[in-house]
Design a protein around this ligand. Structure first.
Ligand code: NAD
Ligand code: IPM
Ligand code: MN
Length: 359
């Protein structure tokens, strides 16, 4: 029987709670299918680990993780450990170290999910943001000079390579071609005279290779406005690391909330494991209360199933989430209900079972 070996980094705050539900559902799918099996291995890395060991994960963490088929991550970061340490020394190390240069973040308003926008049709919020995930504004390069003096200054360097820009833009075009969708580039060439002028140029070059794919382009500020006023104009969006980060939280806000936003960090060549995670953080404000919505982490489990060739189950998981949303009986507080994280997980699991036995 096929075994899919998954490294689990539940992390901090609500991370462990929401991941437990995704794992429950992946196990249910595999059991009912009968043809494959998930082997989950848990790693206790994160802020608590840091406080005990002085590092977010061991020095050989990537060597350990490399032996797995995939990584399933909850959330990292907690008060008590500076965010630039907790995230730069775990999450970003994995994304970069495993060359997970594609961050696929669907922004789709599911049936039954609430939308704060007036006058927008459900089907108008249906896009996928392809976020560059390995370089750009997140290069980590820079300096802090004359620290503590009046002449103090910092440089935070964005690094945009031809290879890095071409491959992410090409990924978006391949997706656009496959799905017959328009590809929209979001950049900021009017102010960022090196990085975004370069990005725009490469977008135009790659676009020429795909004359069959319709394109559009927006400056990121205007794009933010259109996300709210007219999201229907976006189908496949390709953008830089930081812009993608910000736009996808905005995307979450228009598509049901942080509890419904998932992301896949893909190494498309499969040289290294890809990583699947909800896009939200550790939510210290609700940690330990059972109020976290696990639907985003279940959605990222659906992306994992897609990645391993089980697209029919990936789609089934989304339908099961929709069943629970439409029924409206078992919703977390974020969505106006009072159900606990595990109750929402159980409800989705039941819908998965019902749909799979009907198949
Ligand atoms: P956050 O995403 O943790 O929380 C933002 C808001 O959304 C909070 O009000 C929170 O309660 C709510 N929320 C988030 N997920 C939810 C869920 N599943 N169900 C219901 N409500 C949910 O962002 P933040 O507060 O800016 O960051 C908290 C910590 O998480 C920081 O340390 C940050 O660096 C880290 N972070 C980690 C990741 C990651 O590991 N992938 C992502 C984002 C932020
Ligand atoms: C995300 C997060 C991370 C990012 C942080 C925690 C470093 O906000 O996955 O969206 O900015 O990529
Ligand atoms: Mn983010």
């Amino acid at each position: 029987m096929r075994t899919i070996r998954v490294a689990v980094i539940a992390g901090d705050g609500i991370g462990p709670d929401v991941l437990a539900e995704g794992i429950k559902i992946m196990n249910t799918v595999a059991e009912l299918d009968g043809g494959f099996y998930f082997e989950f291995t848990h790693f206790p890395w994160g802020c608590e680990y840091y406080l005990e060991h002085g590092e977010m994960m061991p020095a050989d963490a990537l060597d350990i993780l490399k032996q797995f088929d995939a990584i399933y991550l909850g959330a990292v970061g907690y008060p008590g450990v500076p965010d630039h340490i907790s995230l730069r020394e775990l999450l970003l190390v994995i994304r970069k170290g495993f060359d997970e240069y594609v961050n696929v973040r669907p922004v789709k308003l599911l049936k039954g999910a609430p939308c704060p926008l007036a006058g927008v049709k459900r089907e108008d919020i249906d896009m996928v943001v392809i976020r560059e995930n390995s370089e750009g504004e997140y290069s980590g390069e820079g300096c802090w000079e004359n620290k503590g003096t009046p002449e103090e200054y910092v440089h935070q360097t964005g690094v945009f390579t031809r290879k890095g820009c071409e491959r992410i833009i090409r990924y978006a075009f391949e997706l656009g071609r496959k799905e017959g969708k328009r590809v929209t580039s979001v950049s900021k060439g009017n102010a960022l005279n090196y990085s975004m002028v370069f990005w725009d140029q490469i977008f135009h070059e790659v676009a020429e290779e795909y004359p069959d794919v319709e394109t559009s382009e927006y400056l990121v500020d205007a794009a933010a406005c259109h996300f709210v006023r007219d999201p229907g104009r976006f189908q496949v969006v390709v953008t830089s690391n930081l812009f993608g980060d910000i736009l996808t939280d905005l995307g979450a806000a228009i598509a049901g909330g942080m509890g419904l936003a998932a992301g896949a960090n893909l190494n498309p060549e499969r040289t290294f494991p890809s990583m699947f995670e909800p896009i939200h953080g550790s939510a210290p404000d609700i940690a330990g209360t059972g109020a976290a919505n696990p639907m985003a982490s279940i959605w990222s489990a659906s992306q994992l199933l897609d990645f391993f060739g089980y697209e029919k189950y990936g789609a089934l998981l989304i339908s099961a989430i929709e069943d629970v949303l439409v029924e409206g009986k078992t919703l977390s507080p974020e969505l106006g209900g009072s159900a606990k994280t595990w109750e929402v997980g159980d409800a989705v699991c039941e819908k998965v079972q019902a749909r799979m036995t009907e198949m």
